[in-house]
Design a protein around this ligand. Sequence first.
Ligand code: JFZ
Length: 593
Amino acid sequence: MKKLFTIILLILLTKGSVWSQISQDERMQWWREARFGMFIHWGLYAIPAGEWKGQYDEKKIGEWIMHTYKIPYTEYSSLAKQFNPTKFDVKAFVKTAKDAGMKYITITTKHHDGFALFKSKVNNYNVVDATPYRRDIIKALADECHLQDIKVCFYYSQAQDWAEPNGWGNNWDNFPKENDRNHQQYIDDKVKPQLTELLSNYGEVGMIWFDTPLSITKEQADDLKALVRKLQPKCIISGRLGGGVEPDYQSTSDNTVPPTTVAGDWEVPATLNNTWGFKKYDATWKSADGVTRLLFDIASKGGNYLLNVGPTADGVIPEASVKILKQVGEWMKINAEAIYESKASPYYVEFPWGNITQKPGKLYAGIFNWPSEDFYLEGLKTKVKKMYLLADKSKKPVQFEAQYDAPTNHHVLKIKLPKEAPDKVLSVLVMEIEGEAIVEKQIIEDHSGKINLFGGKAKSTKNGHPATIAINNNGGGAQNWKDAEIKLEWEFMVKTPGTYDLEIVSTETGAHEKTDWTGGHQVKLIYNDVVKDITISPDAKTFNPRTLYWKNIITKAGKITFDKPGIYKLKLEPVNILQEGRGFTFREINITK
Ligand code: JFZ
């Protein structure tokens, strides 16, 4: 008997440590499979809705209104007396997310203004204690999500808190100077107790979405991570924890989609218009088509899409948002197989026609630029057994011809698509493949006579040693390339001799409300014995459907001639990179027939 008791005691004692330890893959599994979630920014800021004492600003995000107009806490907090979202229908919120095909909801439990949408015993600046509404919105949402089997996740601003003298960010009230504040006191008195409430009182929480970790130290971040792990080991920690402490995944800059596949777990937080919190005059809605294409593109690069709604003060998700998400949901009803549980494309760079997601044994080519004639997929070494359109329930085979050019060791699939695309937004062509998808590394002229020298595919060196330029600014170009010592070189295959057009592409970047671009950089393009001196100038601007806000800037660089088929090299060597702004936001060189 005594032995049995000892065994039971041991099991109970180890439960907290052993059974609660789950692997990173187990923790991330639901999130990786989900691919698509709803962000909700809701709070007192929905009352002014972008206007303060007759002041408006198109370029300022709604949830920052207290900061934008330096509204004293005493004045701003009085908004709580007006917060009474009587039209709030939590079932409608969850239905909107589920109908769009979203698998998780991340709601602001406390944003930078310090106001909590949940009952907090440690701070009465919250929806239950400080408003006529008096109900715990987070509890309502958490219960409904659990009931409807959709993950509930909590955004929590762990540093900025404009209601707190020891929080970060409020430099307009009579608070201590930032450097004299006791940030640790703020974390101990509000952040950790409220995170404990959120992770103790609302059932299983899918994720804590931390944000703007202003000068959060490593110790503070470690502390917050340990607290989440202790209270709910399965709960995911988002990318903006801070302190250089490893979160469970990375967050891109807002509305920023990388131009390539990106390894690991990452997520794009994005708006449906130009604000997170509701603004009564922001009608800059993205199109459902654009959002659907971004959903596919982000998944094709291995990421998740966290798409935002900003409910009004009376608790309603704007009709325009609901409409867009409903249309995305219509597309998902037919094509979700290409999104859920999908992995990134086997290719590194996106295609002009769309992109590719994959699952074991299948590639899903998502085409938003439907070809008027034969469709070509170049560089896939893997044998394709069958092709069909995902929208075609009968899986009628799509005819294709696998071509192989021995001299260049180049594989081309020539595909006979139907004249009309099954879905003008984005049509998915399924390719059943034999084994793993393997693609050629060599850069080869494609069937249309285009050679794409993408920045990320160059060999980059400084004084002969490997050097890197990060190709991941908002528009997909180089991030702050200011070192003129770094040189790029590509090797590529030309199939058709002749004279081609040469253009250098750089990108806009910066806050989407005020994008910027710096030209005037001087570079040399060197190929064979030809040297071209080019000044980066805005000869043309093109819309990039992946970035929506940040355009591609085209610099015409004249012609380039190849006398015979074969392997060529081209070098881009900066002569002078202007140091102001964000440097040379180089993206790629295109050589086109
Ligand atoms: C932050 C918040 O300030 C904002 O109100 C909203 O909640 C958004 C989702 O997150 O804004 C950011 C944070 C980080 C970047 C951009 C905006 N970033 O890293 O580029």
